[in-house]
Design a binder for this molecule. Structure first.
Ligand code: CAA
Length: 258
């Protein structure tokens, strides 16, 4: 595996694990960390033996407390544009399903990072928020858009205009968190979920992800068309023949990822 300064990368069978690793700075997302994260996600994406990825934060206090404010403080608009924003685009393009395992703070870019992923497992001490307003800015990595699509206009307005921290339990009630687990068990619970995803036929999992994401970016008619094309495309895979045959023969399917 490549040498990274601000993240740890490992694997557990078919699951890739990436840990944001600046615990003293509450895993604040500096340019290099975000770029390393994008590299690691791309590298897992290219590995056909990886069926799901879990991203978590080192230490008990935070998933990530947002963009690195100290790095950002003196930047010009052009420097910001040329900085890590390309890396965020690369993170968004990950085709393998990704689960955020959130313990402690997921604030600003940390909340936005969790929302780039496909499921969120949080410990009961997790706190979500978009506190950028207190710095005289607004969320810049999708916070206003992704929160509004899940929480609706009014709750999003309150979060973005006040910077309030919201508990994992409340986020789960509003549909932004898949499950809340006891403090310290978020990684274990996320890994359990990830192993279930990684057992599935990999091409089907990727096309399922692409199809669900289309619901947020297209009209219903276009989304239905994308789903239908992906559904038909899967009839070209050996895994589809294996999956249907295994059902008929009453045995567990052995998927090959093709
Ligand atoms: N950037 C840089 N350093 C950060 C940081 C951040 N986002 N968040 C925390 N740190 C650093 C602190 O400066 C501190 O370092 P020192 O020990 O060197 O002083 C260390 O991490 C520990 O933090 P605190 O002492 O503040 O810990 P706390 O428990 O008292 O408070 C907290 C925790 C409420 C999360 C508080 O640290 C905080 O409010 N952090 C900033 C959160 C924030 O505003 N995030 C949004 C950033 S902007 C953004 O993300 C833009 C975008 O959309 C991409």
């Amino acid at each position: 595996m490549a040498d990274y300064q601000y993240i740890l990368v490992e694997r557990e069978e078919r699951v890739g694990i990436i840990t944001l690793n600046r615990p003293k700075e509450l895993n604040a997302l500096n340019n290099q960390l975000v770029s390393e994260l994008a590299d690691a996600l791309e590298s897992f994406d290219r590995d056909s033996t990886i069926g799901c990825i879990v991203v978590t934060g080192a230490g008990e206090k935070a998933f990530a407390a947002g963009a690195d404010i100290k790095e950002m403080a003196d930047k010009s608009p052009i420097e910001m544009m040329e900085g890590n924003f390309r890396s965020w685009e690369r993170i968004k393009r990950t085709r393998t399903p990704v689960i955020a395992a959130v313990g402690g703070y997921a604030l600003g870019g940390g909340c936005e990072l969790a929302m780039h992923f496909d499921m969120i497992v949080a410990s009961e001490n997790a706190r979500f928020g978009q506190p950028e307003i207190a710095l005289g800015i607004i969320p810049g990595a999708g916070g206003t858009q992704r929160l509004a699509r899940v929480l609706g206009k009014y709750r999003t307005m309150e979060m973005v205009l006040t910077g309030a921290h919201i508990s994992a339990q409340e986020m789960a009630q509003h549909g932004l968190v898949n499950r809340v687990v006891p403090k310290g068990e978020h990684l274990k619970a996320a890994l359990e979920l990830a192993h279930k995803v990684a057992e599935q036929a990999p091409v089907a999992a990727r096309l399922a992800k692409e199809s669900v994401l289309a619901a947020f970016e297209t009209s219903l008619e276009e989304g239905l068309e994308i789903e239908r094309k992906n559904f038909f495309l899967l009839f070209s895979t050996e895994d589809m023949r294996e999956g249907t045959r295994a059902f008929v023969e009453k045995r567990k399917a052995q998927f090959q990822g093709r």
